[in-house]
Design a binder for this molecule. Structure first.
Ligand code: PAF
Length: 277
């Protein structure tokens, strides 16, 4: 496995454009990222993983400064998973000038849910992903379903700009108790880590409540948020949406085409999760 830090070295290592599979990450890797690398490897193309903590997608009060930078360990893990090239640029390489050109996603998809609670987040994500796509020029890129809305926004961006890249979705990896793996789980103390599984359990209960019928969705969502709040969480949203556009389901939308999504803060740590049903 080769590690490169500049776009010039990346291009030299890649050779023919459009002939690799790509997994973008912010590092501090866990089994979920490695599963995406193994997914990417199915294509039989060289696999490139990027490691870049993208300032543009963090609000000033968020965890950009304390986001763990663990390149040595990440590189060992990527090598073990069969990655071929690690692209780990520093900020001056990817943003040599302040990034004044931005990719602003469709508000209907990007200003709801995560975008509502993290204004500008998806503009930061789209801008860096577009730039990484320009650097790596992959044929395939793999994004985790754990960041469900991000996956949808990137799919839409790729379609609307007619980028010659196939976006594939990797399933969410979970710990034995059901907690979705996330780099931010490392912020949790021992007691918080035990409690953290309550988010996926609440989402499952909400999905089951909706599928059973009988109670208005708004009531079920409110009850799910209140139950989490009573356990000491600060929920941003727990909600059932259509998989197609993340809008609230209408009377014709049934299980099989839905996703339940949630975001909530436990102590200082904001966790997100979702389940398709
Ligand atoms: O999902 C992530 O880790 C990031 O949002 C991404 C896609 C690498 C862009 O910085």
């Amino acid at each position: 496995m080769k590690t490169v830090h500049t776009i010039a070295d990346l291009r030299a290592a890649l050779g023919t454009p459009g002939a690799c599979a790509f997994v973008p990450t912010m590092g501090n890797l866990h089994e979920g990222h490695l599963a995406l690398v193994r997914h990417a490897k199915r294509h039989g193309l060289p696999v490139v993983a990027s490691i870049f903590v993208n300032r543009l997608q963090f609000a000033p009060h968020e965890d950009f400064d304390r986001y763990p930078r663990t390149l040595t360990r990440d590189s060992e893990l990527l090598q073990g998973a069969g990655c071929d090239i690690v692209f780990a640029p520093d900020e001056r390489e990817l943003y040599p000038q302040p990034q004044s050109f931005k990719v602003v996603p469709d508000a209907a998809l990007a200003d709801i849910l995560e975008g509502h609670f993290r204004p500008g987040f998806f503009t930061g994500v789209c801008t860096v992903v577009m730039k990484l796509f320009a650097c790596v020029q992959p044929r395939v890129a793999v994004f985790g379903k754990k960041d469900y809305q991000q996956l949808m926004v990137i799919r839409q961006m790729t379609r609307q700009f007619a980028l010659p890249i196939t976006i594939e979705a990797g399933e969410t990896s979970r710990a034995d108790d059901g907690l979705a793996l996330s780099s931010r789980n490392g912020y949790l103390g021992a007691a918080e880590r035990e409690e953290a599984v309550a988010l996926s359990r609440s989402l499952r209960a909400l999905a089951e409540g909706f599928a059973t019928g009988g109670q208005p969705l708004a009531q079920l969502e409110l009850a799910a948020m209140s139950a989490l709040a009573a356990r000491g969480w600060q929920p941003d949203y727990l909600t059932v949406r259509r998989r197609a556009d993340l809008l609230p389901p209408g009377s014709g939308d049934k299980a099989g085409a839905l996703v339940v999504l949630g975001a909530a803060r436990l102590g200082q740590t904001r966790l997100i999760d979702n389940l398709e049903f």
